[in-house]
Design a protein around this ligand. Structure first.
Ligand code: BG6
Ligand code: MG
Length: 219
């Protein structure tokens, strides 16, 4: 029986990928590293430290741990400053409607994000009140594709994984949901999230009616 929903943040509730891209691009330009939108796609859903490692590996760069931390902090400062421009108009189309509908129907709702900036993003969107539990990059040590963040959220909701549906836009996010034994909804192209139990091109198509129809045998 489905009793709860766990949402990824970036790419599901709001589109921060562009802001992450601009911040990594600024850092990379300063460092003389190659960074483009194709490489940015590889960072979808993974932690900040894993992200900088992907960029450095791509550029065949190796630095001390302290230097890597300093650079990722620099990127984060750029990213966090750019979040000030985000407003309650910046939900991805359909996301606010689905959250509203789920709350009206009495479902439990949690956030399961890899971001350490999730609280600020939710604040900018005025979305904090939709969530019973907020799981973010500060909640667990192992990031996606490990299932830990979703297990953290379901434990806090006092639900079993098979009583929860995870919404994810990242390949590694769906991997994490499957590894944890959760139902999964993929948002995006089949090449990325085709391994989810059900997939929608965008949150606009993922209406409460569509989701409920798909999972009807579990309601
Ligand atoms: C995920 C994003 O939600 O959060 C990743 O999809 C990002 O691109 C990760 O790297 C970590 O975010 P932050 O805000 O902690 O740097
Ligand atoms: Mg995401």
């Amino acid at each position: 029986m489905i009793k709860g929903f766990i949402f990824d943040l970036d790419g599901v509730i709001t589109d921060t990928a562009e802001l992450h891209y601009e911040a990594w691009k600024k850092l990379s330009d300063e460092m003389g590293w190659h960074f483009d939108r194709e490489l940015n796609e590889k960072l979808r859903g993974i932690s900040r430290m894993d992200s900088i490692k992907v960029i450095m590996d791509h550029n065949r760069v190796s630095l001390t741990d302290d230097a890597v931390v300093a650079l990722s902090t620099k990127k984060n400062d750029i990213y966090v400053a750019s979040l000030d421009t985000m407003t309650p108009n910046d939900y991805l189309p359909g996301a606010k409607e689905l959250l509203t509908h789920l709350r009206q129907e009495g479902f439990l709702v949690a956030l399961g994000s890899a971001s350490k900036n999730a609280a600020k993003v939710l604040q900018q969107l005025n979305a904090t009140h939709f969530f019973d539990v907020i799981g973010d990059g500060n909640s667990v040590a192992k990031s996606k594709p490990a299932p830990d963040i979703f297990l953290y959220a379901s434990e806090k909701l006092k639900l079993q994984p098979n009583n929860c549906v995870v919404f994810e836009d990242a390949e590694k996010g769906i991997d994490a949901a499957i590894a944890g034994g959760f139902h999964s909804v993929g948002i995006g192209p089949a090449e990325r999230v085709g391994h989810a139990e059900v997939r929608f091109d965008s949150m606009k198509e993922a209406t409460f009616f569509e989701v409920k129809s798909f999972f009807s045998e579990f309601f």
